[in-house]
Design a protein around this ligand. Structure first.
Ligand SMILES: [Zn+2]
Ligand SMILES: [Zn+2]
Length: 475
């Protein structure tokens, strides 16, 4: 029996198409045909019983278990097929570490140079087979691409059962051509390559087929090794997901992987404080007020010309600076490449393989750049004094204070000039419940406001302070 025939037979049995399997055995005209036909009968019976007893757990995949005697027959055929000279090399082999992954730390030798991606250098460390455990006969560590069917019972590989092997258990895939994640046949659940248009087991079109789900990428720092991501209990996972979906069980990670409680408390507190601040700012009520008095203040500041200390980078010292002294100071920082940091990641490609990559980026350190800083004296204008004037009534007309300037109009040491002017006009009011407050207004409004006149103002409900920008004459 050739390798192809044996694989076809396994596919048919794995897909639960026992009649076609029988036809295949009969067409082969082999001495052990009768034995094989009996075996197929027995498998069909087992599958029926299993489907009847646990239809939910097994899903659409026929549950097929082999009695050990007949299993021996299949494996004998398998060995025979492997010994036969065939065009294609034998595909059913036992898992064994045929190639060791490059150990962490050293870049792989003899491989193509790394590819650049967003400032990172990615070294290809090869493509390896995912592992899977047969959920029907419990055979462990089957290979993702070699064992598309369980070599023990013939069940089709379930892509949801794939897991990453431990480092050191890697089985390399040489010259792997990646065509995309596998597809699962919607009618027989058979596993198909991404480029297949029709199911290899049942011939159904695969345009609607679901893509095999992939595991999330795993990352490890330099110097550590990956452990196996662990064999997966597909039935339990599906059960858990279903329980979560219908809400019987709370989401497994909720609360656990989320934020710590104290952080939630801090955020809630922060939000409350913000709300409180907004409320005290915007929650106001109308309050009547009466004008009790006026007052005004004016002020003139005076600057004097004279020596002042100053500093600047020596390439931009202002004209007229004297008494220069210089010293070295840090002007900026330069980024100096300082080695690289790497981590290793492995990515489930969804076709029974994963690729491993070493991702490196350059780390930099800050190196100070020194320059000459100049300290000096320079003659310039600076604040010297201020002269105020004030009054207590509209009748006391506002005026600018008289100032006497030394040597006005000259820029020599000790001479003075007018700096800035400022003026405020205050209305002194009292609210209906006896609270006194002041509001600054324009000089015209101040002048026009009559004593004992009535006003309206918004007062904060929380802080009780009047909002002067809402002050309006009443009526
Ligand atoms: Zn199996
Ligand atoms: Zn199919």
């Amino acid at each position: 029996m050739s390798q192809d025939d044996l694989q076809r037979l396994q596919q048919l049995i794995g897909a639960g198409r026992f009649d076609e399997a029988r036809a295949l055995v009969q067409s082969l005209d082999r001495p052990e045909a009768a034995q094989l036909l009996a075996l197929i009968d027995q498998m069909e019976q087992t599958a029926r019983q299993a489907a009847a007893s646990a239809p939910a757990a097994a899903g659409a995949t026929p549950l097929v278990t082999l009695p050990s005697e007949e299993g021996d027959l299949l494996s004998r055929l398998e060995q025979e097929a492997a010994a036969e000279p065939a065009e294609t090399p034998p595909q059913v082999t036992l898992p064994q570490a045929s190639s060791k992954p490059p150990s962490g730390g050293k870049p792989p030798s003899g491989r193509k140079p790394p590819r650049e991606e967003g400032g990172r250098r990615i070294h290809d460390e090869g493509t390896y087979q995912m592992l899977w455990d047969c959920q029907y006969c419990d055979t462990k560590k089957l290979l993702g691409t070699t064992h598309r069917f369980c070599p023990n019972c013939g069940a089709a590989q379930n892509p949801a059962a794939r897991y990453f092997p431990a480092e050191g258990e890697y089985v390399a895939v040489e010259d792997h051509e990646y065509v995309g994640a596998d597809k699962t046949c919607p009618s027989c659940n058979g596993l198909n390559s991404a480029k297949a248009e029709f199911c290899t087991a049942c011939g159904a079109p695969l345009s609607e087929a679901a893509q095999a789900q992939t595991l999330g990428a795993q990352v490890r720092p330099e110097g550590q090794t990956f452990a196996s991501s662990g064999s997966r209990d597909v039935v339990q996972e599906r059960f858990d997901a279903e329980m979560e979906r219908v809400g019987v069980r709370p989401k497994a990670e909720a609360g656990k992987g989320g934020m710590p409680r104290w952080l939630i408390a801090v955020i809630v507190l922060g939000v409350l404080v913000c709300i409180g601040a907004l409320v005290s700012l915007f929650w106001t009520k109308d309050a009547p007020a009466t004008l009790l008095a006026h007052s005004w203040q004016r002020e003139v500041t005076i600057e004097q010309y004279g020596p002042q200390p100053g500093s600047a980078w020596c390439d931009s010292v202002p004209l007229g600076a004297y008494n220069l002294s210089r010293r070295q100071e840090v002007r900026s920082y330069r980024q100096i490449p300082d080695g690289e940091e790497c981590e290793t990641q492995r990515i489930d490609q969804g076709d029974g393989t994963f690729r491993q990559e070493r991702v490196c980026h350059t780390v930099y350190r800050d190196e100070p750049v020194y320059d000459d800083k100049c300290y000096f004296t320079i003659n310039t204008w600076s604040y010297a004094r201020s002269v105020p004037a004030s009054g207590e009534s509209v009748n006391d007309a506002p005026y600018w204070p008289r100032v006497n300037l030394s040597c006005e109009g000259q820029a020599s040491i000790g001479c003075e000039r007018i700096g800035s002017r400022s003026e405020t006009y205050l209305l002194h009011l009292r609210t209906g419940d006896g609270k006194d407050f002041q509001c600054g207004v324009s000089q015209a409004d101040w002048q026009a406001a009559a004593l004992e006149s009535h006003w309206n103002v918004q007062v904060g409900v929380i802080d009780g302070s009047p909002r002067c920008d809402t002050l309006q004459p009443a009526g």
